[in-house]
Design a protein around this ligand. Structure first.
Ligand code: DX5
Ligand code: ZN
Length: 229
């Protein structure tokens, strides 16, 4: 199958009901989510703490699409096998998480997963220029990582630059933070294809009222699709 650059909506379960992850995942997938984005935080690389490999493993049977695990942790390498065992499809590490991202990406692929590399807002596109042959995804943070519901930081120039650097390589550009119907068109026009959205997907809905998730997902997709490159 050829590489798929269509817009994909990846709800972040950071905005789900933490007492009910299984049903929340099933609800967003039934409502049209393309991928499920799982935010792992360690209280050290970022000032917040979420969950680790046993929880991610428990999510796995509920995810029928793609489980996209975003590690906001340091160090990364000692935990790669645990996330492979937990069933991650994509495993993304931050380029700021250590001095050896090249080795980390190799190790993620060697463990059988797709490898992602994430950039904080202050990190330039060129920080991953020499990693692109080892990456399946570049995640551009449009907030400082750690919390859902923050205001979008405009990184469209960085996304455009990455799009140039990536060229014909089969590498997704993912946007994470503050994505909604207003900001999705900007990043889609610059070349992003995977849009993570937490609060904008989960707002107003629940497992008892999942239609709202569907409305939110369709609204973000429609806003982005007119502008995808
Ligand atoms: C932030 C996380 C994001 C977050 C996005 O550190 O990586 O995935 O959940 O949430 P919203 O869409 O609410 O900005
Ligand atoms: Zn994330």
């Amino acid at each position: 199958m050829s590489f798929d650059r269509k817009i994909k909506i990846a709800p972040s379960i950071l905005s789900a009901d933490f007492a009910n992850f299984g049903q929340e995942i099933q609800a967003i997938e039934a409502q049209g989510a393309d991928w499920v984005h799982v935010d792992v935080m360690d209280g050290h690389f970022v000032p917040n703490l979420t969950f680790g490999p046993p929880a991610v493993k428990a999510f796995r049977p509920h995810v029928k699409t793609v489980m996209d695990v975003h590690l906001m942790i340091t160090p990364v390498d000692p935990y790669i096998q645990a996330y492979a065992d937990a069933g991650a499809d994509y495993l993304t590490a931050h380029v700021e998480a250590g001095p050896h991202t090249h080795r980390t990406l190799q190790a993620i692929r060697a463990a059988g997963m797709k490898a992602g590399v994430a950039l904080n807002p202050g990190t330039p596109a060129e920080a991953v220029e020499h990693l692109l042959d080892l990456a399946d995804l570049v995640c551009v943070m449009t907030v400082n990582p750690g919390f859902g519901g923050q205001k979008f930081i405009d990184m469209t120039a960085k996304v455009s630059r990455l799009r140039e650097l990536i060229g014909d390589r089969p590498v997704h550009i993912e946007i994470d933070g503050g994505v909604d119907t207003t900001t999705a068109p900007l990043v889609a026009a610059a070349g992003a294809d995977v849009l993570v959205a937490g609060s904008a997907v989960f707002k107003g809905g629940s497992v008892a009222n999942p239609d709202v998730y569907g409305q939110n997902i369709r609204a973000i997709r429609a806003a982005a699709e007119g502008h995808a490159v």
